[in-house]
Design a protein around this ligand. Structure first.
Ligand code: GFB
Length: 328
């Protein structure tokens, strides 16, 4: 009696036509620019990525007119208003309003034009603050959210629900991916609004150049985070588009985490800052831990490749190359 090996959840083999018209919504952002690089390397010749100056995805009429003229076959929805713990906790109304409008406009226009393949990108903050670790996809909506980013999380959960509803009502093979904390070239390095790794890179680089004897970071440094390089994410997104078709999100991460303090020590080494790292417990820590269970995507044949040390070196090199260029 031969054992019948069950197929991994949602497994399909569905190669994308390299000449397909592919909309990378959010093309100039951290995720969108990585997707553009990866799809270009993979031979896609029909990429489309209107910038926010050309197409404001919050404006419904503009989005529908653009879809009518461009008629994309595939959509990667990587456009969003994003930010770190301070941006999220101080501007929740902006985060929920902008992200709901972007999502509803793009998903409705994609439905109206019968887009055959769509990947919606969420975030690991959709899971409950105290979810069992590592966090499985079925932990969604099983407990209260982390308050510092609940507005953004609710918007992303709404996006997942809209994709699920289109699958159920219209049978379109649309899918969702939930990446962990991301970093990499093209990141936002704003001292107030950015995520932790780019913020530390900027802070430590400035401190090194100024000869500052110490730097003060936010929070206690004790929360744990998982960090995925955005080029690994881009590879995972194409993998899912070609190998996954099922209801429910798919976590994408590295499967390992470390404390913010340990991450800061790695950033200091990469940047070459040798001063003292201090911590301000008056600043919010956010959720204590959000390590993702990535068994669903590894069962589909994807594995992370870029380690944190190499990823930080790659990111710092990009930052140093773009200092003074106006994009930071
Ligand atoms: O990356 P981050 O801003 O957001 O903060 P989350 C992670 C941790 O780093 C918190 C600490 O414990 C911060 O207190 N931290 C220390 C700093 N120094 C700094 C600093 O200079 N800047 C920043 N930003 N943090 C995000 C959500 O949560 O997770 C996003 O806000 C998204 O919406 C993302 O979901 C995946 O990791 O806490």
């Amino acid at each position: 009696m031969t054992a019948v090996l069950s197929e991994p959840y949602g497994a399909v083999r569905r190669p994308l036509d390299r000449s397909a018209r592919v909309l990378v919504a959010g093309r100039r952002g951290l995720v969108g620019s990585a997707m553009w690089r990866h799809l270009s390397r993979e031979g896609f010749t029909g990429l489309m990525g209107p910038g926010s100056a050309e197409l404001d995805l919050r404006e419904r009429r503009e989005v529908f007119d653009w879809f009518a003229s461009a008629r994309p076959d595939v959509v990667v929805l990587a456009a969003a208003r994003v930010g770190g713990i301070r941006a999220n906790s101080t501007r929740p109304a902006d985060f929920i309003s902008d992200n709901l409008r972007i999502q509803v406009n793009v998903l409705d226009a994609a439905l109206e034009h019968g887009v055959e393949r769509l990947l919606f990108l969420g975030s690991s903050c959709i899971y409950p603050k105290l979810a069992e670790q590592p966090v499985r996809e079925d932990a969604l909506l099983t407990g209260p959210l982390e308050p510092t980013n609940d507005a953004y999380a609710i918007a992303k959960i709404a996006g997942i629900q809209q994709v699920r509803s289109v699958r159920r009502q219209h049978g379109l093979p649309w899918i969702c991916a939930m990446p962990t904390n991301l970093y990499g070239p093209g990141d936002n390095f704003h001292p107030e609004h950015s995520h932790v790794l780019p913020s530390l890179i900027r802070r430590f680089d400035e401190a090194r150049r100024e000869g500052a004897p110490r730097v003060v970071n936010w929070g206690s440094g004790t929360p744990r985070r998982e960090f995925l390089h955005v080029d690994d994410l881009a590879r995972a997104c194409l993998h899912l588009l070609e190998h996954y078709d099922a209801d429910g999100p798919v976590n994408i991460g590295t499967g390992t985490d470390l404390t913010i303090r340990e991450a800061a020590e790695q950033v200091a080494e990469v940047v070459g800052y040798r001063g003292t790292l201090e911590w301000d417990p008056g600043q919010p820590d956010g959720t204590p831990r959000k390590l993702l269970d990535i068994s669903r995507i590894t069962a589909l044949g994807w594995e992370p490749r870029i380690g944190l040390r190499d990823g930080l070196a790659d990111t710092y090199a990009w930052y140093a190359d773009h200092l003074g260029s106006g994009v930071l």
